[in-house]
Design a protein around this ligand. Structure first.
Ligand SMILES: C[S@@+](CC[C@H](N)C(=O)[O-])C[C@H]1O[C@@H](n2cnc3c(N)ncnc32)[C@H](O)[C@@H]1O
Length: 464
């Protein structure tokens, strides 16, 4: 019985015994076990024993063989591996062959890698790009790679754009430091239309936006002439939110399809798939889709739509009770990784203090009871806002709700040592926010007392 220890011992010996282990006539299980457990290979390892296995009929054997040759990082094997990269009919094996060639970092591989930029599998092309980027100072390599910006695959376009087109080597605009935000917006509630307020907010001011937009004609505060006009309104708000959001930061939207009841028994009710209609334009305007979280409410808390079906039980007449809302998570599109955003903060103070050390929900199913408010018909539960703030912002950040309603998001922000910025059109809800503020924890160290402003004063403040 061959063990990992035995393989480890044999691979360092120079008596040829190891190559006997890789006899192509051995059964697949035996070969796979050895190839999978080879680990690191000594620098002077003789890889000739792998060559016969490159034509093995089992895909996995060929794949692991190529992988092990890659570990040798030696262009002596270039011809053998090139043949695999060209001729193997398994795309996974071809990808692995390209990866092995990349690890050789050999100029001799350039012509082959360039030919592979025409492979039918975008992942093979991406492997070739990766390998060629080692030689990106070579003009002909560079020019060839740049042409791929026209490739239909979005990942390929992204890499080429990041490496050559948008690589930030031009002059940079002077921006506010990432953790900072305009003082005149901190803990401010503006009574007015969010679209007017945002015209007086500089680019890249806000760290996080969480909101639930007005429902389409389902409540008194949201009357639009048509669904098209409603979607157009949301599009213009979310585009402005995109402009004022800092690079790589999050925009989180709570929506759900809504039902407009039937006019009479002769008509049917109409369901509007709001999340699905919003998503395409969000992506188009530069929000990158990150996550879909589902907020689940207890069945007893939602409207019963089952009464009819419960009686007649006839297929096609089934209607489900809507217990979920969609928490759609987007990030302002950027070449930078999340790690870049995190590194903008001070490790010892902000990062340490913002860590989520308590137990947390690991799945995308969030079971949270809804809250009913005497003044506003659609308020966020505080728990929902708390999770969003803790998972998607740092202490001292500026967080925004463009459709503030009763201002629950602002309340959560204060409790969690973030600054808030809220906009709301309706006077009665502004009043509700004021009442709510009494419950705010104003003992927090960074606190700046909340300011209620009309649009005019906000605009004046923005100019100071
Ligand atoms: C679904 S409610 C938000 C409720 C809120 N999440 C809460 O916790 O109370 C939407 C709110 O958007 C407000 N609104 C509608 N159009 C607006 C606009 N153009 N600018 C600012 N607020 C607006 C409505 O008055 C309503 O209070």
């Amino acid at each position: 019985m061959i063990t990992k220890e035995y393989i480890n011992k044999l691979k360092t010996e120079k008596n040829g015994k190891f190559s006997e282990l890789l006899n192509p006539q051995e059964d697949n299980k035996h070969l796979l076990f050895i190839l999978d457990n080879l680990g690191r290979l000594p620098q002077d390892f003789n890889g000739e024993c792998f060559i016969p296995l490159l034509n093995h009929q089992n895909d996995k054997v060929r794949l692991l063989t190529v992988k092990n040759i890659g570990k040798l990082k030696n262009d002596y094997y270039l011809d053998y591996v090139s043949r695999v990269a060209y001729n193997d009919d398994n795309t996974m094996v071809r990808r692995e062959a390209l990866s092995a060639i990349g690890r050789m970092r050999s100029e001799k591989a350039i012509p082959l890698l360039i030919k592979k930029l025409k492979d039918s599998d975008p992942k093979v092309i991406l492997q070739s790009i990766r390998a060629l980027l080692v030689f990106k100072n070579n003009n002909s390599v560079r020019n060839r790679l740049k042409k791929l910006i026209k490739h239909p695959n979005e990942m390929i376009q992204y890499v080429i754009n990041k490496e050559f087109i948008n690589s930030n080597n031009g002059t940079k605009k002077k921006k506010q430091k990432h953790p900072e935000s305009p003082a005149y917006m901190k803990n401010v509630i503006v009574r007015g239309d969010v679209r007017d307020a945002l015209k007086h907010v500089p680019d890249e001011s806000i760290h996080l936006t969480f909101t639930s937009p007005p429902y389409y004609n389902a409540r008194d505060y949201s009357i639009y002439q048509s669904y098209k006009e409603y979607l157009e309104f949301l599009r213009s708000v979310f585009k402005a939110v995109h402009r004022v959001t800092k690079e790589g930061r999050f925009f989180i939207l709570d929506t759900s399809p809504i039902i407009i009841p039937r006019v009479s028994r002769q008509h049917s009710s109409k369901r509007y798939p709001i999340p699905y209609d919003i998503h395409p334009f969000l992506v188009k305007m530069g929000w990158e889709f990150i996550d879909d979280i589902i907020w689940v409410k207890p069945e007893a808390s939602v409207k019963n739509r089952n009464a009819g079906f419960l009686q007649h039980r006839k297929p096609l007449g089934y209607k489900s009770n809507a217990r979920v809302e969609n928490i759609m998570v987007y990030r302002k599109k950027t070449d930078k990784l999340i790690d870049w955003n995190i590194k903008q903060y001070d490790l010892q103070t902000t990062i340490k203090r913002s860590k989520v050390n308590e137990e947390y929900e690991t799945s995308n199913v969030w079971r949270i009871d809804p809250v009913f408010d005497k003044k506003h018909s659609a308020v966020f539960p505080l728990e929902l806002c708390n999770r969003i703030i803790k998972f998607y912002s740092y202490i001292g950040d500026l967080v925004f709700d463009p459709f503030a309603g009763s201002g629950t998001f602002g309340r959560a922000a204060i409790n969690l040592n973030r600054y808030f910025f809220l906009t709301e059109t309706e006077a009665k809800y502004i009043k509700r926010i004021k009442e709510n503020i009494r419950q705010y924890n104003l003992s927090s160290t960074h606190i700046k007392p909340p300011q209620f402003l009309n649009l005019k004063t906000f605009i004046l403040n923005s100019k100071v």
